[in-house]
Design a binder for this molecule. Structure first.
Ligand SMILES: Nc1nc2c(ncn2[C@@H]2O[C@H](COP(=O)(O)OP(=O)(O)OP(=O)(O)O)[C@@H](O)[C@H]2O)c(=O)[nH]1
Ligand SMILES: [Mg+2]
Length: 264
């Protein structure tokens, strides 16, 4: 029997889990089933970039069987950031109270979702963190561990944000959080996309909370991580850091704030 839509998550309201996909046919069915086992009341939006492996058609099958599943078909591969922005817009137009970011590859355990949503009751942004006490990273090679750890230390130092895992992509944004940041100004794609949203949220004065997660290396399908994504993140973080320092100097000279965030 086709599942019906739900009434929402207690204390948070209607929740949409946005899952961006590119060639995730081996993972999609299981991740969506795990989401609904862990949190039956949430809805899922698969944002597929016309995956050549048929992930989009598979998502349509899942949506036909379950009214809690939706599909956003995009014409071609444009990167994680663009897929999430399209998903956020879709959620805002339909009045969801919170949006969750989750990878399709199983690295973000749906079983952690109830804890993230519980934290969202008193926060604007919840970050599932690999680098706070109680978190675990499973099966990652040392070079990936080092890259993530060093990248996050650099982002924290360069941007002055009290966030341990600014590159992490397992998050909850309450509706107020998405309204408070200027999503149209966001231009980055990979890891930098998560850092950029963290920075905008921090600058908007939003309540950000980190919850430890168990992060596992993907078991099926191919990673879309590339050296370009790392270079983009380093480049952009350094650019924002320079921008922030220049703005601080100008404030010192003229005594006027120069924030980039558009306030609601
Ligand atoms: N729609 C869409 N989804 C994407 C794109 N690139 C990556 N994704 C999805 O974004 C999620 C994260 O991508 P991964 O390939 O796992 O990248 P990653 O997690 O940074 O890298 P690994 O740790 O190596 O897995 C997955 O669900 C991908 O299918 C894209 O261009 N468009
Ligand atoms: Mg991954």
């Amino acid at each position: 029997m086709r599942q019906r839509r739900t009434q929402g998550h207690p204390g948070v309201g209607r929740v949409l889990v946005v899952i961006p996909t590119y060639n995730e046919a081996d993972n999609l069915t299981s991740i969506v089933a795990r989401v609904h086992r862990a949190a039956p009341q949430v809805e899922v939006l698969v944002a597929d970039d016309n995956s050549p492996d048929g992930t989009g058609a598979l998502a349509d099958d899942l949506a036909r069987a379950d009214a809690r599943v939706h599909v956003l078909h995009r014409p071609g591969k444009e990167g994680l950031g663009a897929a999430y922005l399209a998903g956020f817009g879709w959620a805002r137009r339909r009045g969801y109270d919170a949006v969750v970011e989750m990878d399709a590859d199983g690295s973000h355990a749906p079983e952690d979702l109830p804890r993230l949503l519980a934290a969202a009751v008193d926060a604007d942004v919840v970050i599932g963190s690999r680098w706070t006490a109680g978190a675990r990273v499973v099966n990652w090679p040392v070079r990936r561990l080092l890259l993530s750890r060093c990248g996050n230390l650099y982002a924290r130092w360069a941007l002055g944000m009290p966030v341990s895992d600014a590159t992490g992509g397992y998050r909850v944004y309450r509706r107020a959080a998405l309204a408070a940041v200027d999503l149209e100004s966001v231009c980055s794609q990979g890891y930098a996309f998560q850092v950029e949203l963290s920075r905008l949220a921090h600058r908007a004065g939003l309540r950000m909370v980190e919850v430890p997660i168990t992060f596992a290396e993907r078991e099926r399908g191919a990673s879309k991580m590339s050296p370009l994504i790392v270079v983009e993140a380093l480049w952009r973080i350094t650019g924002w850091a320079v921008q922030d320092r220049r703005a601080a100097v100008r404030r010192g000279l003229h005594g006027t704030p120069t924030g980039q965030v558009r306030w609601p």
